[in-house]
Design a protein around this ligand. Structure first.
Ligand SMILES: [Zn+2]
Length: 257
């Protein structure tokens, strides 16, 4: 009965049921406060993650759009060069028609030939680029809804996040106030025991539920006698392993009350 003895020694009084209920309530409030604090502490990072996710999405779309723009620019450039070469070709053909001698004729012939080959080569490049242009255009058409709704989705996601955060902030404030009030109703010595236990453990747990006969904080299997005493619930019983205050849901005292 060392656990009980410790509490008895510290409190100097046998704590009664209402105090155990207060302790359980305080623990639930503190656990909730820890959860909320973690949420609030990580809010900036979590918001940035949402923004980053949408930014990645937007940048993958921009990449396709840039590729489409670049394909279009290449094609426009090829068409411009073809048009220029066709002007040269017309001139070369005129020269060919009006050649005064063999030398002029041969020069014009060579020029015509070279320009025709050049134009054909540019035209081949245009045809070769068409397949890629089509696949890029198709991708943009397929993803049109997604592209058009991306900004709205981003705004909606951030608005939802901000609303949730505002709710958590309000809850944190309310729970902080509730905690102060609940703590103030505890007998001084029990309050200091609670604080000592809560501050000592990394998870802030001072009051642990007994689940399947074990302390839910340190997982130590409790002796049957200890389990019985916790179940009776008319004294404050502590875990013999981690010294946390133990309780059971549906205690006998509560059930008979
Ligand atoms: Zn324990």
């Amino acid at each position: 009965m060392s656990g009980f003895a410790i509490i008895y020694w510290i409190t100097g009084v046998i704590a009664v049921i209402p105090d155990l209920d207060k302790l359980i309530e305080l623990q639930q409030t503190d656990t909730n406060l820890r959860r909320l604090k973690k949420q609030l502490d990580t809010a900036t990072e979590r918001r940035a993650e949402i923004e980053q996710e949408f930014e990645q999405h937007a940048s993958s779309i921009r990449e396709i759009q840039n590729r489409r723009d670049s394909i279009q620019a290449t094609r426009a450039d090829l068409e411009k060069q073809i048009a220029e070469n066709k002007t040269y070709l017309e001139r070369a053909e005129r020269n060919l028609k009006h050649a005064q001698n063999q030398k002029e004729y041969e020069t014009a012939m060579r020029e015509t030939d070279a320009l025709q080959k050049q134009i054909a080569a540019f035209e081949t490049q245009i045809v070769e680029g068409m397949e890629e242009a089509e696949s890029v255009e198709k991708e943009l058409v397929d993803r049109k809804d997604e592209i058009d709704s991306l900004d709205a989705k981003r705004t909606a996601a951030l608005t939802e996040f901000d609303a949730e955060l505002a709710k958590e902030r309000a809850e944190f404030e309310a729970e902080t106030k509730h905690r102060e009030e609940a703590f103030a109703t505890l007998p001084d010595r029990l309050a200091s025991v609670y604080n000592r236990l809560a501050q000592r453990s990394r998870d802030g747990i001072a009051v642990a539920e007994v689940v399947n006969g074990s302390c839910s904080a340190c997982y130590m299997q409790l002796r049957p006698q200890v389990q019985l005493e916790v179940k009776k619930g008319d004294e404050i019983i502590t875990c013999e392993s981690c010294t946390r205050i133990l309780y059971m849901r549906n205690r006998e005292a509560e059930a008979s009350a």
